[in-house]
Design a protein around this ligand. Structure first.
Ligand code: ADP
Ligand code: MG
Ligand code: ZN
Length: 494
């Protein structure tokens, strides 16, 4: 009989913190806008002997904020440590990190996962709610940037020493989908908190997946591999899936998985061996002698807690209960804080339902943003004008099609929707006598179509309604048009 395996996944997330200066010196942390390599540097971040680090207060605040958002306890006494290893992007020969006492520990994050963990990609069945434990959140520093040329490598220290946060989970995930939900939710939280832009293509947020597999029913933790530097959700998904299948094959062939650090070759779709995985003792961690412990008071922690905004989960629940949205509508609107804020701003100015506002945002607005490659913050369409437009369709002053024309005009050139409707003569025709005239004319002009309709080709109703819409350039009230058309067709039955 074939054994069935279940994956075990633990994640490490590295995110740069959005501070003005670096973690241990006053150099600018904004390496992305540096005019050239090696300009935002000083003796501290280039590792000159005798230079002394000073911890960045703002980075400490942001780290604590993330810890609290992930339901962690904050360590009132936490310490920095040296993690020793040599690499050309690390001039000191060690990275300053936190080891025994990180700033935050023992949190959690709720995720959803398919119930069947056995076969990947079969995520369509029943789902379960799963609490993933967050083991720790700690502060460290980013490395310099290496560019590998043909016969040499270049090093740029503008990024060296930029504050970096590491968020480590317990090995609690059993499906790739759970890992995807976990990382998606953490990214959203980091963006809500304003501590990280979440721009994965810029490398400010990176994932590492630790993967092992074990027979279903077993509680043991088997040897795992660690896949480094996953720079997109797609890479995370594909790499984890590949690694799970690779390990299952090894066990089924009677082999053993070896503990190692892997890279992900996106083009070939395979994991590649980088080095045998070092254990903690290989780094010779020891307390950083140049930095005092961080001592945080209860009052300070409380003041940080007060800065926590309403987070995505809470906002989603509120949107469902207060506005009557479905979970998926609410989740869509709360996926980005700017989107949620825009939605609420429009809704507060509008007399239409939350559903109507949602469908305009999810439809026309998203289409426009995607086409123009703009973010919602760059949009000049004011919530007031948008609300007015939505209300004009709700009140049948203009048809849905005309509303789209007005919407495009407002996005392009701004302006007041009522004004645009007047200028473009788009007001909906709801005058029954007028519509009746048009309907009668169309019916009189098309006797053979009427015959076919009466012979059973009922889909022709839509065609008749379409003719009326054309005759009025889309301005006739569609419901009324349909009603009159149907009536006319019935009256003409012999
Ligand atoms: P370190 O990286 O310092 O060696 P750990 O090995 O304890 O620390 O954990 C690193 C990450 O690997 C954590 O996210 C943890 O959840 C995950 N992990 C540990 N053991 C396993 C395992 N057997 N299978 C999958 N993930 C694991
Ligand atoms: Mg690691
Ligand atoms: Zn510096």
């Amino acid at each position: 009989m074939k054994l069935t395996y279940e994956p075990v996944i633990g994640l490490e997330i590295h995110g740069e913190l959005l501070t003005n200066s670096k973690m241990f010196c006053s150099c600018s942390a904004d390496y992305a806008s540096a005019p050239e390599p090696n300009v935002n540097i000083c003796p501290v971040c280039t590792g000159l002997p005798g230079a002394l680090p000073v911890a960045n207060k703002k980075a400490t605040e942001l780290a604590a904020l993330v810890g609290l958002a992930l339901n962690c306890s904050i360590n009132k006494h936490n310490t920095f440590a040296r993690k020793n290893y040599f690499y050309p992007d690390l001039p000191k020969g060690y990275q300053i990190s936190q080891y025994e006492l990180p700033i935050a520990e023992r949190g959690w994050m709720d995720v959803t996962s398919p119930l069947t963990p056995l076969l990947l990609g079969e995520g369509l069945g029943a789902r379960e709610q799963l609490r993933v434990r967050v083991r720790r959140v700690h502060i460290e520093e980013d490395t310099a940037k290496l560019s590998h040329e043909k016969n040499y490598a270049l090093v740029d220290f503008n990024r060296a020493g930029v504050p970096l946060l590491e968020i480590v989970s317990e090995p609690d995930m059993r499906t790739v989908e759970a890992a995807l939900d976990y990382t998606t939710k953490i990214r959203a939280i980091l963006r809500y908190l304003g501590v990280n832009s979440g721009d994965m293509e810029k490398g400010v947020l990176r994932f590492e997946a630790n993967v092992s597999v074990r027979p279903v029913g077993s509680e043991e933790l088997r040897t795992r591999t660690e896949i480094k530097n996953l720079n997109s959700f797609r890479a995370l998904t594909r790499a984890a899936q590949y690694e799970i299948e690779r390990q299952i094959k090894i066990y089924e062939a009677g082999g053993e998985v070896i503990q190692e650090t892997l890279g992900w070759d996106d083009a070939r779709g395979v994991t590649t061996s980088q080095r045998s995985k070092e254990d903690a003792h290989d780094y010779r961690y020891f307390p950083e002698p140049d930095l005092p412990p961080l001592k945080l008071s209860d009052a300070w922690i409380d003041s940080i807690r007060k800065r926590l905004p309403e987070l995505p989960e809470a906002k989603t629940s509120r949107f469902i209960s207060d506005f009557g949205l479905t979970p998926s509508e609410a989740r869509f609107l709360t996926s980005e804080l700017s989107l949620a804020n825009y939605f609420e701003a429009v809704l507060s100015k509008s007399k239409s339902s939350a559903k109507a506002v949602h469908s305009w945002i999810a439809g026309e607005l998203m289409r426009t943003l995607n086409e123009s490659n703009l973010s919602i913050d760059e949009l000049t369409l004011s919530p007031e004008s948008f609300a007015k437009l939505i209300d004009m369709t709700t009140n049948k002053i203009i048809s849905g099609n005309s509303a789209k024309v007005v919407f495009n005009e407002m996005v392009k050139a701004g302006g007041d929707p009522e004004q645009i409707v007047k200028e473009k003569n788009l007001a909906q025709v709801s005058d029954e006598n007028l519509i009746q005239e048009i309907v009668t004319k169309i019916l009189d002009d098309n006797p053979s179509e009427i015959e076919k309709y009466h012979a059973g080709k009922e889909t022709l109703l839509q065609w008749f309604v379409g003719q009326a819409a054309r005759a009025t350039k889309g301005k006739a009230d569609p419901a009324l048009t349909k009603e009159l058309m149907l009536k006319g067709l019935e009256e003409r039955r012999k």
